[in-house]
Design a protein around this ligand. Structure first.
Ligand SMILES: C[S@@+](CC[C@H](N)C(=O)[O-])C[C@H]1O[C@@H](n2cnc3c(N)ncnc32)[C@H](O)[C@@H]1O
Length: 219
């Protein structure tokens, strides 16, 4: 259960999503069994739709884990698509590399090892889409570099932004998560009111924010 959407709605919506190819289904099951926090199935489907509709060809991801979402994105874009993905946990990078190679997607996915803030600051590429799925308390610290690295008309997608409902109500906040909650609230207020962005926040999975970087020449 995501704790954002009621179980019966989530189960119904998931039931409507066609199965992925067996290798991907097995990958998802293995990650879940190993307690790796990967994207929710309905979030996956929504991003696959955005990739197709927006003809996304370049993606930067923060938070690779075992390479599940990076593989999904690479597959959704097709052989022309490129994913750069940042992960600081070396053990996970090794697993991601094995998984990505096993799926034959290593020519499309570039694993970048290190801290997201440092890696982002060094980047001088521009992407069609940036997927933020790292430490929730740091999205706000990555925002300026994300905007710099996002093409006009590109999408900034931020996952887990409702954080088990804690962001929306103090009643659910666990004491040791207070800093993360405060920072995420600032992040959501910032991207919702940012002059360069148009943002929609969906109660999908653990909360998904979709921000479109305005093409300032036409807006
Ligand atoms: C939710 S998991 C990513 C799941 C993955 N995107 C997927 O859906 O398959 C978050 C990952 O972000 C990594 N992470 C957190 N903070 C980071 C940082 N500052 N720099 C790089 N990686 C970070 C964690 O080690 C963890 O593996």
């Amino acid at each position: 259960m995501s704790e954002i959407v009621q179980d019966y709605i989530e189960d119904y919506l998931r039931g409507l999503i066609p199965a992925d190819r067996p290798q991907i289904e097995e990958f998802r099951k293995r990650a879940i069994d190993d307690a790796i926090p990967i994207i929710h199935k309905e979030v996956q489907k929504h991003i696959e739709l955005l990739i197709a509709a927006q003809k996304i060809r370049t993606i930067l991801e923060v938070g690779t884990a075992v390479g599940f979402s990076a593989s999904i994105f690479a597959q959704a874009m097709g052989p022309q698509g490129q994913v750069d993905t940042i992960e600081r946990n070396l053990n996970l990078v090794v697993q991601a590399d094995e998984n990505i190679t096993g799926l034959g997607l290593n020519h499309q996915i570039n694993l970048m090892v290190g801290d997201a803030q440092e890696k982002l600051a060094e980047l001088d590429k521009k992407y069609d889409m940036i997927f933020l799925d790292g430490a929730k308390g740091h999205y706000i610290h990555l925002l300026d570099d994300c905007l710099r690295c996002l093409k006009p008309g590109g999408l900034l997608i931020s996952d887990n932004v409702l954080f088990k409902g804690m962001i929306a109500t103090n009643e659910l906040v666990i004491r040791r998560k207070i800093t993360i909650v405060k920072r995420m609230r600032v992040y959501l207020e910032t991207i919702s009111n940012h002059p360069q962005l148009m943002t929609s926040i969906l109660p999908l999975g653990d909360g998904l924010a979709i921000s479109w970087k305005k093409d300032m020449e036409t807006n």
